[in-house]
Ligand binder design. Sequence first.
Ligand code: TRP
Length: 362
Amino acid sequence: MNTPSTLDISEPEKQKKHIVTDIDALDLSTQKVLTGMRPSGKLHLWHYFGALTNWITLQNKVKCQFLVADYHVLGERTEDIERLKENVMDVVMDWLSVWIDPEKSDFVVQSYVPEWADLAQYFSMITPYSRLAQNPTLKNEMKQLEESWQNEALSLGFFGYPVSQASDILLPRANLVPVWADQIPHIELARYIARTFNRKFGNVFEEPRALLSPVSRLVGIDGNDKMSKSLWNTIMLSDSADRVKEQVMKMYTDPNHFRVSDPWKIEWNVVFTYLDIFESNKEILADMKYQYQKWGLGDVTIKKHLIQLMNDFLQPIRERRAYYETRPDIARDAIEAGSARARKIAQETIEVVKSKIGIQRY
Ligand code: TRP
């Protein structure tokens, strides 16, 4: 059930100085943030706990650009491309619903700022093929795409998306990138590219650091290591109260439990993984765990408790979502304005980059 994790980070990784886990330890006055998501539709709880919580904190402290990486979906699933418009709006509306504020940070769409493609082109010239071919996250994703029946052939664009991601980060000269752990190889590539560019053409870029979320993983409702729409094991931020109930009732608990009176296990118990996040009263939580292990507190009892907590948490988000759905111009204006501001900075960087490289009117 619990497949080996690609999300775990090892101790040696944590020691790396370009991997930051504690926002408070940073000198935020020197930080510039860019992070993003591929627009693959509505967001789920793992997007929230694995990423958006950090964004919410950061938007109050530093200049941030939040990117809808629409180029990145072009290289993969074709059914997503047909729904691109809807998917972009879904992502932006979910950001708005969880209080990410376009007045504080810029919401930007990759394709609205063509300088991203421009910079990626230059970067691709200084990126060794072998470095991409060895990128573990990319290798993993390519394998999955190759195995999936939908995919005709792996595109060059997909193979090169980590280079495009380096461009995402470096174009606004960001130096801090909130991401999940599987993105670390991409941040390392961006660092390599920044370093190589500076060495070849002169100092332009800072080597960015990765900021990891305090919650390093959130299993799906089936106990699978990754919550993902393609695995059908998600709870979406916009799910109705009934749907949340349904999903929690399906959650995987202890497979070896047969009688109510048997003591049950809490390790690998999905309900407790979620309660660890949603039950802020640690005494109640500790007591439930104790009772559950000792006397077999019923699955339904703990599930009902979780349903209540989860719906309390999601209700205001749903209400905000309903508000934005009836006013799509708010989302649209946010990405127009944010992208226009991003473009200004982008053009400045591109000017510098071109002059350093020696690209000019010949
Ligand atoms: N590749 C990231 C993901 O799949 C999304 C992304 C695109 C991104 N561009 C980025 C993340 C730039 C951080 C910075 O989650």
